[in-house]
Design a protein around this ligand. Structure first.
Ligand code: HEM
Length: 481
């Protein structure tokens, strides 16, 4: 018995010793490890201007690759949007961040975002994002997505009939935005009339370009314009919300018809219904996240298909096979989408070369070491899709457009990350896949096209867009020899 107690005591002493040693060693290593190499730039603005301006010049990857070459291909320090920051690069950086979500790091949005979405600051953008994540799966679950295909097809037909057919030339990017915005208005808010949709489409552009900006709230700054735009959209949304409440009360609207009804009728975890402004902000966030990204992808698909006729031909063949299998007036369905394998590989290659979201921020929850460098608590961490997408290490001949990269098991884990990864991976990924494929189906079925400006510049602010919106000359399929 005595031996048992002595052993227990020894075990206890060992555990205490080990814990102290671990704590001491851990702290010592955090303290003794150097900060990542890099420079912090100018006082206050740091390297924000270089970071943003490489995007404005169309080469956001330059900011990352210049510093990877100069300091470290895995992690470098900088100062962005008013914050001390480290940029994590490559598959190992992505893996580390995506696997340590809410353990060592958590989501972080620049101050500009919190100020443009004021209701978020009542709690925090992080908590708001968690709530949003909990709510979204209902609308992104397979049954719902299956239902959306037919609706998307119906809206796409109306969109192409009004915006593309009977035109010799069109400007693609604004049209792609009309399409994704119309879909979002229909599926999130049941707003389908194109006039109602158009009413609040414009302020969204202003809002999107001020979201990731230097947060200077003075007349004329992008940030100031974005705040004004968000207030005007919020007003429109609150009017729609008020009307929906009346319609639900009178039985004219259903509880399951869209995200708005769901938000109005579901309590939060404290048993409270959401306020009108809170709902307006959530819908605003979804409309931004859910249409600008996909429209950028659609526009660049049009660009690459114009440049690469052999790839256009294969997409056309795949889509026409589906068209020929349908009866007159029959809408696209889920099974049709599953047949669009080559088209999706093409879309993925576009998302690799021109990711709509360049990356995102995290915040360090505690001091930790990454790759031998110390990352202090509170530092912001940026992951960049381009650091793997444009790297020859992960994608041989990275500048070459090659959809076959996505055949078989596809790219290595953590290298192809247009939708992020880990617990915060984009919840709208499948929705985006559907809207992009439905778009591809309709455009190739109807037209071939040429770019009117052969070397049109690309601007990234914050989404990539062709500088002049991608004007193209259209050749309807039925008028070709
Ligand atoms: C091609 C289209 C799209 C791309 C490339 C894209 C990309 C991304 C990326 C990279 C993230 C993760 C950011 C991070 O790591 O913090 C994200 C998050 C998010 N996306 Fe998307 N997205 C797209 C479409 C959509 C759509 C259609 C919706 C809504 C219907 C949507 C809703 C969201 C939301 C709500 C989040 C935040 C998730 C969270 O914070 O946990 N996205 N998206």
């Amino acid at each position: 018995m005595e031996f048992f107690y002595v052993s227990l005591l020894c075990l206890f002493v060992c555990l205490v010793f080990l814990s102290l040693h671990f704590l001491f060693y851990k702290n010592k290593s955090v303290v003794s490890s150097p900060l990542p190499p890099g420079k912090i730039g100018w006082p206050v603005i740091g390297e924000s201007l270089e970071f943003l301006s490489t995007g404005w010049k169309g080469h956001p990857e330059k900011f990352i690759f210049d510093r990877m070459a100069k300091y470290s291909s895995i992690v470098f320090k900088t100062h962005l949007l008013g914050e001390q920051a480290a940029v994590f690069c490559g598959a190992s950086g992505n893996k580390f961040l995506f696997s340590n979500e809410n353990k060592l790091v958590q989501a972080w949005w620049p101050n500009s975002v919190n100020k443009i979405f004021p209701s978020s600051t009542q709690t925090s953008s992080k908590e708001e994002a968690i709530k949003m994540r909990k709510m979204l799966p209902n609308f992104m679950k397979p049954e719902a997505l299956h239902r959306y295909v037919g609706i998307m097809d119906h809206i796409a037909q109306r969109h192409f009939a009004s915006g593309w057919e009977n035109h010799d030339q069109v400007v693609v990017f604004p049209l792609a935005k009309q399409y994704t915005f119309w879909l979002a208005c229909r599926l999130f808010l049941s707003v389908e009339d194109p006039n109602d949709v158009a009413k609040f489409a414009d302020p969204f552009d202003v809002l999107a370009s001020g979201l990731i900006s230097i947060p200077i709230d003075m007349p004329g700054t992008p940030f100031n314009r974005a705040i004004k735009a968000s207030n005007s959209i919020r007003k429109e949304l609150v009017a729609i919300i008020k009307q929906r409440k009346i319609d639900l009360g009178e039985g004219k609207a259903s509880a399951t018809q869209d995200i708005l009804s769901h938000m109005l009728l579901t309590c939060d975890e404290n048993g409270k219904f959401r306020g009108e402004l809170d709902i307006a902000d959530k819908i605003l966030g979804l409309l931004i996240g859910g249409h600008d990204t996909a429209s950028s992808a659609c526009a660049f698909i049009v660009k690459y298909l114009a440049e690469l006729p052999e790839i256009y031909e294969r997409v056309y063949k795949e889509q026409m096979k589906i068209t020929k299998s349908k009866g007159p007036g029959e809408l696209l369905n889920w099974e049709d989408i599953q047949k669009m394998k080559y088209s999706w590989n093409v879309a993925c290659e576009v998302l690799r070369l021109v990711p709509p979201l360049q990356g995102a921020f995290r915040e360090a929850l505690s001091d930790f070491i990454f790759n031998g460098f110390s990352i202090p608590k509170g530092w912001k961490i940026y992951w960049s899709a381009n650091s793997t997408h444009r790297s020859g290490e992960f994608f041989p001949e990275p500048e070459k457009f090659d959809p076959s990269r996505f055949e078989g098991s596809g790219p290595a884990p953590y290298t192809f990350v247009p939708f992020g990864g880990g617990p915060r991976m984009c919840p709208g990924k499948e929705y985006a896949r559907l809207e992009i494929l439905v778009f591809m189906h309709h455009i190739v079925k109807r037209f071939k096209w040429d770019k009117i400006i052969p070397d049109e510049k690309i601007v990234v602010n914050p989404m990539p867009i062709p500088a002049k919106g991608l004007p193209v000359r259209l050749y309807p399929q039925n008028q070709q020899a």
